[in-house]
Structures are given as C-alpha cells and as structure tokens.
Design a binder for this molecule. Structure first.
Ligand code: CUA
Length: 327
C-alpha cells in the first residue's frame, strides 16, 4: 500500500464522524465496541504472526546460485497438530466474548426501564412512548443514565434501526417485534439511520436519538403530552389550520384534536422538531414550504405526493406558519 493510500485510510478513522460506533455513548455501544477491539487485536496478532512466518520463509529459502534444490518434506505431525490447535484456541477466545455480548445485548432491561416503541415506515421513524402517551417521529428523546427498552417493528417493509453511538443495529420487521436496551451515558444528539435497504429513499431514512438531561427530558414529555397549540385568532397560522383541515393532509397526519391520519408522521408537535422528512432536512420555513409543495422532488419515492390541484403559494405559507406553531 502506498504511503498516500495509507494516509487516506488512517485519516478515515479520525475527524468529525458523528455516526460512528467507535465512540460509544451507552452500555450497549460500549459492549459492542469492546468486542470489536477484542477481535481486532486477535486478528492483528494472527496477521503479524502469519506475515512474519511468510517473510522469514521467503528470506531463508530464497533462490541462491549454486545451491542444491531443497529436499521436499512431507508430513510433520507436531507442526500439523500445532497449526490445527492454535487457531482453534484463538477461535475460542473470539467466540466466548462474542456469545457473551450477544446475550448481554439481547434487549433485556430492568422493569422500570423507559419503554419506547419504534416503528419503521417508508421512509421515516415513528416513536411511541406507551407509558407516557407520547407519539412523535424522526427524533427520539431519552433521558441520560436511565435504562431504555426499545421495541422495534415496521409498518411496511423490513428496515433496520441503528444509532451507532448507542448500540448495535436491529431489524424492524413487519409482524414481528425485536428489542434492544441501552443506557445512554452522555447528553447529546446522536444521529443514525436505517441500515436495511427498504426502497428508493432508504438512504434518506435518517434518525436522531436525543439524549436529554433528566429535567430536559421531563420538560419534553410535558410539552408532548400537552395538546397542540391553538393559533391566535386572525393569524396566518389560523388560516393555515383551515388549509390543513380542508386538504388531504388530514388523511395521513395526526394533529391531536384536528385530524386522525396515521400514514405520515404525527404533527401534533411537529414544530418542535429540528428536522423534517425522516431527519433529512432542517425544520425551517423555507424547506417546509418546498417540502409541502413537492415532497417527491426532495425525497425520491416520497409517499406524500404533490397535492392535486396544487396548493397556492399563499396556502402553503399559511400551512407552514401553522405547522411551525405546533410546538
Ligand atoms: Cu428503511 Cu432502509
């Protein structure tokens, strides 16, 4: 490998890569990381031993003028036993921690763990907190230092939930529930994404797990449990609510007390989220307006199609004001 290529590979391990499993921020992430390092060092050891033997053999038995052809040897019982046993022993050292980690990360959690149900959709994530009566999308909030038990399923095709800093990925399979459990050890915003090809916008199916301090988490839950804000009389947002209510929006989106749709993300507190469209874009007015006008142009395959007949610019502006007011 040339020096330049090596530099590229080494540089690839540094830098600001928030979606890395190599900087774990939970017990689950730590267990996976330790196992990775464990196996990495065994592999490095095997590599060094094998390459050293190869180089020694190449050097010692290289061709030299006047040297007779070496005598072929056949069968060396001690050597054959050694190179059969050594890999078997190394495999035991790899297998034992692997199996231990598989069981340790099987999704068991203390009875008082926060329950979160994750549902994959083409192409966004829904989060339900059954004990708290909260339903949200794209951004999952959890408290720091507390066990969280996540049940994972899908509403359509197979997806895979993965927030690398917090732990291993797990498939979201329709008609089946898989579990992970973790306890985040630092506050932060940990990005992740769908890790199983699930259609046109698989790569656009992103997510954020936001680990809050205890008080921030309680404030978030309280805000989510409250009903949606009522727009002020005569405001643009109030007009937007009327636009929302007389259009197809209500067929797909829930806004508590306004509409019952369940095909798209629940928008009761949509304005409080930092991203839209499956974590793909910032939740700002300009992007939201573009998204409402023509979602498939921003996200290939989006199930939210262009409105027919198209909404007027004034209606879109009102709708944006209304959605942004839902905090
Ligand atoms: Cu969902 Cu890939």
């Amino acid at each position: 490998m040339s020096a330049a290529a090596l530099a590229v590979v080494v540089a690839g391990c540094a830098g600001p890569f928030p979606q890395s499993a190599l900087r774990p921020r939970s017990d689950f992430g730590g267990a996976v990381d330790r196992l990775f390092l464990d196996i990495f060092w065994w592999a490095a050891f095997v590599f060094v031993v094998v390459e050293a033997l190869l180089v020694i053999a190449l050097w010692r038995f290289r061709h030299r003028e006047g040297r007779p052809t070496p005598k072929p040897t056949h069968g060396h019982t001690a050597l054959e036993i050694a190179w059969t046993l050594a890999p078997a022993v190394i495999l035991v050292f790899v297998a034992v921690p692997t199996v231990r980690t598989i069981f340790a990360t099987a999704g068991e959690a203390p009875a008082d763990a926060l329950q979160v149900s994750v549902i994959g959709h083409q192409w966004w994530w829904e989060y339900r907190y059954p004990d708290l009566g909260v339903v949200t999308a794209d951004e999952m909030h959890v408290p720091v230092g507390k066990s969280v038990r996540v049940s994972i399923t899908s509403a359509d095709v197979i997806h895979s939930f993965w927030a690398p800093a917090l732990g291993g990925k797990r498939d979201a399979i329709p008609g089946r529930v898989n579990y992970i459990a973790f306890r985040a050890d630092s506050v932060g915003d940990y990005p992740g994404q769908c890790a199983e090809f699930c259609g046109a916008s698989h790569a656009n199916m992103r997510l954020h797990v936001i680990v809050d301090s205890d008080s921030a988490f309680r404030a978030w839950v309280a805000a989510e449990q409250a009903g949606p804000g009522l727009p002020a009389r005569g405001s643009l947002a109030e007009r937007g609510k009327a636009v929302f209510s007389r259009n197809a929006c209500i067929g797909c989106h829930t806004i508590q007390g306004v509409s019952p749709g369940i095909i798209g993300p629940n928008l009761t507190h949509g304005g409080s989220r930092t991203t839209i469209a499956g974590g793909m874009f910032p939740n700002d007015s300009a992007t939201l307006a573009k998204w409402i006008a023509d979602a498939p142009a921003l996200k290939p395959g989006s199930i939210m199609t262009r409105m027919q007949p198209p909404l007027s610019d004034a209606d879109i502006a009102a709708l944006v004001a209304y959605l942004q007011s839902l905090r």
